[in-house]
Write a protein of this length. Sequence first.
Length: 363
Amino acid sequence: MRSTDLFDDYLNGKLSEKEIADFENRIKTDEVFSAAFQEQKTLLKVLKQVTDRKEFQAKLNNIHEKEIGIHSKTISLNEETFAKKHGRTIAVAASTAFVAVLSTVAILSTGGYLLKKQSNEITELKRDVLELKYSSEAIVEGITKNNKKVAYAPANFEGSAFALNNKGYILTSYHMVKDADSIFIQNNLTDRVLTRLVYFDAKLDLAFLKLDNTELVKTWQIPFSLKEKTTDIGERVFTLGYPRKEMVYGEGSLSALSGYSNDTSMYQISIPVNPGNSGGPLLDEQGNIIGVIRGKITGAEATGFAIKANEIMKAIDSLPTDSIRQELLSTTNKKTALKNLKRSEQIKKINPYVFNVLVYKKD
């Protein structure tokens, strides 16, 4: 049964007593599932205002194909004609896709409604539809606030990254940027800017990007360092990343010195990580980078994995290009400037150097 059908059956009183009990227990114990259900109820209220859902869907398809330009890299739209005519429709369409997929993934985590072999496909689909929602919102927001502002076409994938040094080198996850046509970064302090892939390690899932905007880079003062020494089990750690439009903070502890299948190149952490967190930094309480977020076990909540900082340094040491290797080794901080600061102050200093990665791929 599809997740949206399950929600509808519950609202329409079609579930058995046992199914109702299981459903309501999940609502109480699973925040993601509960949020998806609330989104579904809100969406149904909106859809009641639409007299012909088939005609509504056709209009949405026509808007995406003819006016937004799904395959274009950038678009420029007139505020008065587009925003008034289609702004609300785009927002509802994006929300519909978001609810349907988020609900499906939430139900997958319950372990009772979908086959295990479907899990990888659902995870990828969630990433795509989340991007559609956020990009559509950004298009409407950009138009309504400033009719001269350029709105960007949706990226294929989004994730996280962080600066390695003040020479413009940035680290992220290779699985996000593999076969990319173009890679951009942005955050609340930096407008969207183009980067290039200079090196990757597919085995470790690491990708090294380079930002060639010298005007931007020359102002950088990276406050953190890479900590190669192994961190102890139980130590408090935290993450910063972009599983949504704005940067999200997560905290927990280091729960194991090895990752999935006892992989010693990774740490296991007790922090919920979601699509979009990949490539973000994992830091200890002193503000040292101890790893880069790689992923999680599908269906497992509050469990993530991160490639260790010493593996990052090994990857840098193995760079085939001497100039890049030396530039990274000579300018990467050896000491953090975040020690003994309050967490809120640490985040303020780290914030400019953690990025939302936007990846575009050719069809």
